[in-house]
Design a protein around this ligand. Structure first.
Ligand code: CIR
Length: 261
């Protein structure tokens, strides 16, 4: 039932003390640093519970958003791509992550100007990749990633989310579980791009929990969304609920806290 190739590793970065100085579009208050550290620790423990070996990077004060490592790279089984984040304040994070990835990947591709791309806009669904065009990822960046992935025998399609309110990245409203099954928020469920998939819809009010992460038979899910977690369990998934309140205040979801491969 599950993805045949298991994930083995993940890269995470501890939130920096000035984490609250990062970018956000939501008005949920200032995150508490101590709680953020605790939540990050619990997240790391959950990844280990899923069987992943972690590379834990030190906090980097130069980049308050750098705990959201997912935005800096796209890691597929057959290729690795460094991104060019759409927010100028995050550009330097890529060089930092490239040093770590160089230890794992023999070849690193990149997205470069005029293209911009955030990893949070890239949803892997087996051998297919959905690439969001958003406030962060532009058409040139999305097209370049699609070309790269295609050259490695993947398929890719672009999903323009610029008219969808309330989501920063494509994966804020979309996730791939397994077995041709996609999690979608209401605002995305009619999109032609997702025809042919089994769509599991997240109820209005629980949209934040659409950003769940399927790893080696487990699904990590944001705590506090009981209907959604119940639905996942009914579908046969083993869920691990994680408190994400402090990251949500900074527009971050579960997937953005790690690079999994
Ligand atoms: C940002 O605005 O870039 C960060 N505060 C949040 C990034 C979240 N990343 C993600 O969902 N992949």
């Amino acid at each position: 039932m599950w993805r045949l190739e298991l994930f083995q590793r993940a890269i995470v970065r501890v939130p920096s003390e000035n984490f609250a100085a990062g970018l956000t579009t939501v008005s949920l208050g200032t995150p508490d640093y101590g709680r953020a550290l605790e939540q990050h620790e619990a997240y790391c423990a959950a990844l280990e519970q899923c069987g992943l070996r972690l590379t834990r990077l030190e906090a980097d004060q130069r980049y308050p958003d750098s705990t959201f490592v997912e935005d800096t790279a796209v890691l597929a089984k057959r290729c690795a791509v460094l991104t060019n984040p759409g927010a100028p304040s995050r550009a330097g994070e890529v060089e930092e992550i490239s040093k770590t990835l160089a230890g794992f990947c023999s070849e690193l591709h990149s997205i470069s100007e005029p293209g911009t791309l955030d990893g949070g806009d890239v949803c892997e669904a087996g051998n297919h990749f959905f690439i969001g065009i958003s406030e962060r990822t532009n058409e040139a960046g999305a097209q370049r990633l699609a070309e790269l992935l295609t050259s490695f025998d993947y398929t890719a399609s672009l999903v323009d989310i610029r008219d969808v309110d309330g989501i920063l990245h494509l994966k804020s409203g979309l996730a791939y579980l397994s077995d041709n099954r996609l999690v979608v928020i209401e605002a995305l469920h009619n999109r032609v791009e997702f025809r042919g998939y089994d769509l599991v819809r997240v109820n209005p009010g629980e949209e934040y929990a659409a950003n769940c992460v399927s790893i080696n038979g487990y699904v990590l899910v944001a705590a506090g969304h009981p209907a959604w977690e119940g639905k996942l369990r009914e579908l046969g998934y083993k869920t691990v609920a994680l408190d994400m309140s402090e990251f949500q205040k900074m527009d971050g979801g579960l997937s953005c806290l790690s690079l999994r491969f």
